[in-house]
Design a protein around this ligand. Sequence first.
Ligand code: GLA
Length: 390
Amino acid sequence: MTDTLIASALAGFEGKFGYAATGVWSAPGRVNLIGEHTDYNEGFVFPFAINRHTFAAISLREDDLIRVASSFSTQTHEARVGSITKDDGHDWAAYPFGVAWAIQEMANSLLKDFAATGFDCYIESDVPVGAGLSSSAAIECSVALALNDIWGASLDRLQLARVGQLGENVIVGAPTGIMDQSASLLGETDHAVFLDCRSLESQSIELGFAREGLELLIIDTRVAHRLVDGGYASRRAACESGAASLGVDSLRDLSLADLGRAQETLDDVTFRRVRHVITENQRVLDTVAILQRSGPRAIGKLMHDSHESMRDDFEISVDELDTAVETAIRHGAIGARMTGGGFGGAAIALTPVEKIGEVSLSVIAEFEALGYAKPNIFAVSAAQGAKREI
Ligand code: GLA
């Protein structure tokens, strides 16, 4: 599959721009095993890079023009390297443009004689779009790694994760955290990334799913989720106002012991938003500890608790996600939860290999009975992070 997509990125580049690309860089999508809406609260997350990738075929130009094209749209988008701004007309190209802008911001502040020129870029991908699997971070990280190499920006992977986030915040206009880019850049085969979003210290933790006879199923509900819509930003705002009312810089500074005080101080909605973040941080720490001590079959309850917290306290689930989670568990999944920003997208179900058929068929049947669109169900495994392919 990878070879086919690399060949198609190279052929797409040549077809669009009339000459051969210098190289192809890839970056994976991600699933988050647990730790949702904790990243921008300086908390803990535990995602992993998946075996679905974006491939960016790129060549430098001698002028300052940037042209980006892709297999999923007929349009070629253009910008000038020194004057990239937020513009709704950029559409998906805002992701590579955002990265090109953010690398320059960072490299200019770190390097004495950094100079960027234009480039041509063609994107090919098998990360499903709108499923909460970070197709956008996969674009950002493949382009970030490529530009870092060909512009000689000398940024490390943590800085490149920040580049992706900064571009997304400023040029795309989505107030997202740093989890997705970190997973896409730091992922390792069969390991998840345990990241402290305050210190940015990370640790690779072995998952051992295959050894324990488990697969992680993605149940893409096909309810498209978009992070630029208001729901994500309003959750973030509620967390910030909750932290301010409780006199802390971020919700990371609170623990389970603060819940009583939070309930007395805050209105009901803000309290429940805050409670989700506080309890979710604890669930990430517990998941990592239990995984290491007792293996992946022991983390199912924490996954389900996380889902309930997102459904009832953070209120970012939808009926299709709740149905996917409950049906998967009823038919043999060890644990299940929605993953990613919410308001649609995918659920994950940690499932014994012998139960995959039953879980998949039952979810499809339940969706049909309820009149929902047919879900797209597939297994993913933990893969290596972004790299140069050729
Ligand atoms: C999206 C954002 C991440 C994170 C998750 C929720 O994926 O891009 O930064 O906030 O939602 O955990």
